[in-house]
Write a protein that binds this ligand. Structure first.
Ligand SMILES: [Cu+2]
Length: 210
């Protein structure tokens, strides 16, 4: 006991400089994270079996634009299903379309009634990456398999989450301020809810969709 405590003390002076540098870096990192808040809650509805795949997001903030992340989002095609079924991205951001299946699919995207692009993806082939410049819903279909469908929601803020099987959502790192929180679900009406969040705060906001 005595021996190890002495050897710790003896080793300490040599560690002083790197230790201080590391601790400063960590506290700056924490300060950035904790100056923002979290919005969390549950989405429910009496009209559907579950509210999985609901997007909960902060709507456009007047006078504020965001740079899209450098890495694209990913939608894969696995066992004749698009995975994930719903993907929110930031306006100007990209999505890489993969095909893990061993057979041909295609990707036919619509925004409104307009085709954005329609490309074939060979089984196990190279992913195809596309950029989305206009906010709103993009439907993703495969003309080979009419049962396949996914949705990309192109948003004007990076503050969004998709509900899990239980309808739970959590939006982290929301800077303090007053916003409009909105929902998107493939069959249910959107709801819109004002929300004000302070630094370090976690707000619980449950939403019922009709
Ligand atoms: Cu397909």
């Amino acid at each position: 006991m005595t021996l190890s405590s002495e050897s710790f003390k003896a080793a300490r002076p040599r560690r002083v400089t790197p230790f201080v540098i590391v601790s400063v870096a960590i506290s700056i990192g924490l300060a950035d994270v904790t100056s923002a808040g979290t919005i969390t809650g549950k989405v429910t509805s009496l009209l559907v079996k579950d509210t999985h795949h609901t997007v909960v997001y902060i709507d456009r903030i007047e006078g504020k634009t965001f740079d899209p992340p450098p890495d694209p989002g990913v939608i894969d095609q696995i066992n004749k299903e698009f995975v994930p079924h719903v993907l929110p991205i930031l306006k100007g951001g990209s999505v890489s379309f993969h095909n893990t299946d061993s057979f041909l699919h295609n990707i036919h995207t619509y925004q409104g009634r307009r085709t954005l692009f329609n490309v074939a993806v060979l089984g196990g082939g190279k992913p195809i990456t596309k950029t989305f410049h206009e906010a709103g819903k993009v439907s993703v279909l495969c003309d080979v398999h009419p049962e396949m469908a996914a949705y990309i929601l192109v948003l004007e803020t990076p503050y969004s989450a998709v509900t899990d099987e239980e309808g739970q959502y959590k939006i982290d790192n929301v800077p303090s301020g007053s916003y409009t929180l909105k929902t998107w679900h493939e069959t249910l009406e959107a709801v819109s809810q004002p929300v004000t969040i302070q630094s370090n705060e976690t707000i619980e906001l449950n939403l019922e969709l009709e």
